[in-house]
Design a protein around this ligand. Structure first.
Ligand SMILES: *Cc1c(COP(=O)(O)O)cnc(C)c1O
Length: 447
């Protein structure tokens, strides 16, 4: 019988300075062998994690408002995921689906066909990371259209491989010094309501994008438009209503493959199973990763069967793609999203957090905007009275939260956005405790 996961008490407890002595010792050891190029947002080292709590090596219990970047949405070490993984590890860990296939890969593809937007026939390919999913979506779109060009949005993040670096907007730290980059990637303006001209509608923002694409690239050269329904690393930018419907009409009219990169926004995170559902459009391809497997590495491209099957046999795949342990975890995880109705949990988190933060915002002029959907929420910080991004303020708020045992991440093209990505199973009282800490840190900006 599989053992249950270690239960971690769902409460905040700060016993040492943060980081504590054991974390500091590990940081020293790391410096001797781990590349300095690998960053860690918080200096606290994990010992175990459960639900919405990360317990560090000094015995501190931190409230996790990052979920390992929107990965442990079902909670860290969800018992159903732990059991599924343990059972699969004991049966077999790997055969390579391209050598000796196994059922769970097919079952994950069936689940993806069911939960992704649209009633059309869909096929999937499973890979290992979000970046790999995006790369494969581009391969499929180019093969299916016979065209080279790929449109990507300003403020986009699509990964760190050579192709996805080119697709990512922000130079530092993702691109600086790593060129030359892959060709035929064209950047077009996103919808950023806070910083767009006042009153600009979603349709107008889409027309601005289309004008650039038609003038600089030409519709007959464009294989795909790849875009995040809510821009993630770029600052949790929710487009103005009508942006996506206009883009859907335009891409359909010109045979351009519309790819929704749902790597961060997918799987119940925004209060719907996928963020694109809020926009009322059905994309041709969807890329998924982060939240798919309860913490196990897995990613997918899912979409129109006619596009997916244009690629020649053997054209897609990889040694570890759709690893059976990751597939077992994903099946258990997707079942939790559906059975525990985690989209509804995300909507409840949105209500609880935004009520609180909008009230705090009335007293803190550095808060330019509280935005987002479901449990993908952000606070953009600026110099009061301007729209000048204030990265130092975001860093100060994150540090103040961490010192009190609350883990929050930052994001945004200027690093001036606090982002909240709590596990969707976080208990309301625990979330309230975290919001007390966060509110006090934000009020500190006004003082
Ligand atoms: C994180 C992310 C990626 C890259 O995923 P990795 O698993 O880190 O390669 C791609 N797209 C979006 C929208 C992401 O948030």
């Amino acid at each position: 019988m599989p053992t249950q996961s270690v239960a971690v008490e769902q409460s905040r407890s700060v016993l040492t300075a943060i980081p504590g002595p054991a974390s500091r010792a590990l940081a020293e050891r790391r410096r001797t062998v781990v590349s300095a190029a690998v960053g860690s947002s918080v200096p606290v080292w994990a010992a175990r994690a459960g639900g919405a709590i990360v317990e560090d090596v000094d015995g501190n219990r931190l409230i996790d408002l990052g979920a390992g970047i929107a990965v442990t949405s079902v909670g860290a070490s969800h018992p159903a995921v732990v059991a599924a993984v343990q059972e699969q590890v004991a049966a077999f860990t790997h055969t390579c689906f391209m050598v000796t296939p196994y059922e769970s890969y097919v079952a994950v593809a069936e689940a993806l066909s069911r939960v992704t937007p649209g009633e059309h026939e869909k096929h999937s390919v499973l890979v290992n990371s979000g970046a790999e999913a995006v790369e494969n979506a581009v391969k499929i779109a180019r093969r299916a259209t016979g065209r080279p060009a790929v449109l990507v949005l300003d403020h986009a993040y699509h990964g760190r491989t050579n192709l996805t670096m080119a697709m990512t907007a922000k130079a530092m730290p993702y691109k600086t010094g790593f060129g030359p980059f892959a060709g035929e990637i064209y950047r077009v303006p996103a919808s950023y309501p806070l910083r767009d001209p006042a009153g600009m509608t979603g349709e107008q923002a889409a027309r601005r994008l289309i004008e650039v694409a038609e003038r600089q690239v030409g519709t007959d050269q464009i294989a795909a438009l790849v875009a995040e329904p809510i821009l993630g690393e770029g600052g949790f930018l929710v487009p103005a209503p009508g942006f996506w419907t206009t883009l859907r009409e335009w891409t359909t009219a010109h045979g351009i493959v519309l790819v929704a990169d749902e790597v961060q926004s997918g799987f119940a995170r925004t209060g719907a199973m996928f963020a694109i559902e809020h926009e009322g459009v059905v994309p041709d391809l969807v890329t998924t990763a982060k939240g798919i497997g309860g913490g196990m590495p897995l990613a997918a491209v899912t979409g129109r069967a006619d596009l997916m099957d244009v690629v020649h046999g053997g054209g897609l795949g990889g040694t570890f793609g759709g690893n059976p342990v990751a597939c077992a975890a994903a099946l258990a995880t997707i079942d939790v999203y559906e059975r525990e109705d985690l989209p509804a949990a995300a909507r409840a988190i949105e209500a609880q957090v935004t009520a609180r933060l909008r009230e705090v915002a009335t007293r803190v002029p550095a808060i330019a905007e509280v935005r987002g959907r479901g449990a993908m929420l952000a606070i953009e910080l600026v110099r009061p009275g301007t729209l000048e991004p204030d990265k130092a303020a975001a860093a100060a708020v994150a540090a103040a939260c961490l010192a009190q045992g609350v883990l929050v991440l930052t994001c945004g093209s200027w690093g001036n956005v606090i982002r909240l990505l709590p596990p969707l199973v976080i208990e309301p009282a625990l979330l309230d405790d975290a919001l007390d800490v966060l509110s006090a840190a934000l009020e500190g900006l006004a003082g």
